[in-house]
Design a protein. Structure first.
Length: 294
């Protein structure tokens, strides 16, 4: 019982440090971006960047059959053309002073990142640097030892259900059942996260270049074909504003890589947000491209 008070005291100290870092980050952003988008309570919102005008955008989330209009005020001109305001009109995800440990090794040490509308954020780093861990943290799949995570300004503790309704996450693995066909795997995902019908699933497989494999069980496919089937989800995820992709180009040939890059570019041009990790040379950069080293 001698150590009974140690753990609460340690957690209280960590919570105080996290709040302090969060408050300072909030003050920094308030100086950096004088006017953010007004409250957006809808499960999905598209947003505009840059010219000082207000943009009204029709938005929807198919898997909940909901739509709303959101007005985003891009205030760059009204505030003297601040470059930071022009670059990010709305902060979708903000992580401050994240700390994550794996056994006795600190994977992320007070790491901060933000991403906003119409951005393609490329997370780079050496093997073992923490790229996958960072994406899993931002996706709300694991919890940090310390730090603050916010989605649309709301703490992850209450915002994770909203985050997951707007998120398409494709991890390092393909995330499919080897005993089901390519079509059945994709159809199952579409039913859970979108309102796409069977015809849309067929079209997605054709666009991914694996239409001929639709009735083959996934375990019989090559690594590149599995990756294409997994990425075919992106063809059905146009209504989900946030994509997180861990090494999406793994096992893809040149044509497959170009196809995946085009999907990312098109999504960002529509106002979506993409966070991805990759070691491969992209050849060209998608719209709204930004690099974040880990």
């Amino acid at each position: 019982m001698r150590g009974a008070g140690i753990e609460p005291a340690r957690l209280a100290a960590r919570d105080f440090k996290s709040r302090a870092s969060t408050d300072s980050a909030t003050r920094a952003w308030s100086r950096m971006i004088p006017e953010l988008a007004s409250n957006l309570d809808t499960p999905s919102a598209s947003f505009c960047r840059g010219n000082g005008r207000a943009g009204v955008v029709r938005t929807s989330v198919n898997n909940h059959q909901m739509s709303a209009q959101a007005t985003v005020k891009c205030a760059s001109r009204r505030h003297g053309g601040d470059p930071a305001t022009e670059k990010v009109a709305f902060i979708l995800i903000e992580a401050t002073a994240l700390e994550f440990w794996r056994q006795d090794r600190c994977v992320l040490d007070r790491f901060s990142i933000h991403c906003g509308a119409a951005e393609a954020v490329h997370v780079v780093g050496d093997n073992g640097a923490g790229k996958t861990t960072l994406l899993r943290l931002l996706a709300g799949l694991v919890w940090p030892e310390a730090g603050d995570l916010r989605f649309r300004g709301e703490a992850y503790a209450t915002a994770r259900p909203k985050l997951h309704r707007e998120l398409c996450f494709i991890g390092h693995g393909h995330g499919m059942s080897g005993d089901l066909t390519a079509f059945d795997n994709l159809r199952h995902w579409a039913v859970l996260y979108t309102s796409a019908n069977a015809a849309a699933v067929e079209s997605a497989l054709d666009a991914a270049g694996v239409g001929d494999c639709r009735h083959r069980v996934v375990r019989s496919l090559s690594a590149g074909q599995k990756r294409r089937v997994a990425l075919a989800r992106l063809c059905l995820a146009q209504s989900l504003p946030l994509w997180m992709l861990d090494e999406p180009w793994t096992h893809l040939d040149r044509d497959g890589s170009a196809w995946a890059l085009n999907l990312i570019d098109e999504h960002v041009r529509r106002g979506g947000t993409v966070l991805f990790s990759a070691h491969a040379d992209l050849g060209r950069h998608p719209h709204g491209y930004r690099v974040v080293p880990v």
